[in-house]
Design a protein around this ligand. Sequence first.
Ligand code: AMP
Ligand code: MG
Length: 363
Amino acid sequence: MSDRWRTLLKFGLPLGMIALLSMALLLGKLSHSDSVQTTTRLLMGTMVSITTSHPSPMEADQAVKRAFAEMSRIETLMSSHQSSSTVSHLNRVSRETWSPLPAELAQLLRRGLTISTQSQGAFAMGLEPLTSLWGFSSDKAATEPPTQTALEAWLKGYPATEPLSLQTLADHTTQLRLNGPSVGLDLGGIAKGYAIDQAIAVLRQEGIQNAIVDAGGDLRAIGRKGDKPWRIGIQDPRQADQVVALSLLQGDISMVTSGDYERFFLYQGKRYHHILDPSTALPADSGLQSVSVQAADATTADALSTAIFVLGAEKGMALLDHFPGSAVLLITDTGKPIRSAGFIGEWLPKPSPPTTNSPSKQP
Ligand code: AMP
Ligand code: MG
């Protein structure tokens, strides 16, 4: 087993992801002409699978290769884990000084900053020093929280307003400034969604009309699987091999989940997870275990799911009002589902406890 895999296992990632991937790989009858194929790769620290339902396996194969190449390009641009990425470079050169920002990043940052403003800073793309402090931004899994002194020092250096600034120059190029010692780009809350959207765009350019791009349970689905919708399970936040809800998706829809089970460690019996509240420097403690957002594109769904996780149920629902057509399924810390109008999916009844020694069955 490679170090990378061991690290991922330590973070508790793959079991859930693999379960979700296999849940997403979906049964159902196909139209006679379509062939369904799935290719899986490790990208952006997660298992990414692309499933196509297309008449020509060779054409689909070619398209999927291009889609993966696009996702890999985005990882090289946006990862804060890779020291050679553009984002890591920007973190070295933009602290308290303006530096040129590639147009693609400028566009994504603008989209993210809108959600930062709408969420009163709960969605924050400048948390790299904090995620590093917690050990969530590297391959080395942390085993205990940072000291109170370190967290207070971080809070002191993090501006209450506008941690990141963008300015557009007369030649229409954009510059970035990181405002303060505690600010560094970490696009972990939005880049995966963007990569999924870009992969779908490539598949479409290549003539694929029916596909799912699934990055560890975060996905966008287009078309159908033969003559059926795509069947997507939502993972039980406390039992990686169980689904709590089932969504039948078709057309063009994204669903992205943020959960406290995706990256976490336990210390003295308490769970410390990777979605951080910039106002406290601690893992968000808003009474939720998971937030699944459905939206027209995966970039929006990704940013919203992270923002809503930090904001909690009430403020999260209010944020959703800014995004007509979006919907959410929240799972509270008591395991209770709360869904907004328009969420596509059915909550599955819990299997009753076994009365014999036979193993319980998947719904
Ligand atoms: P997600 O799984 O999409 O909710 O994103 C979580 C990832 O986004 C973390 O691993 C961090 O890289 C980053 N992150 C953590 N806290 C926040 C936050 N409050 N706003 C935006 N990104 C965050
Ligand atoms: Mg997100």
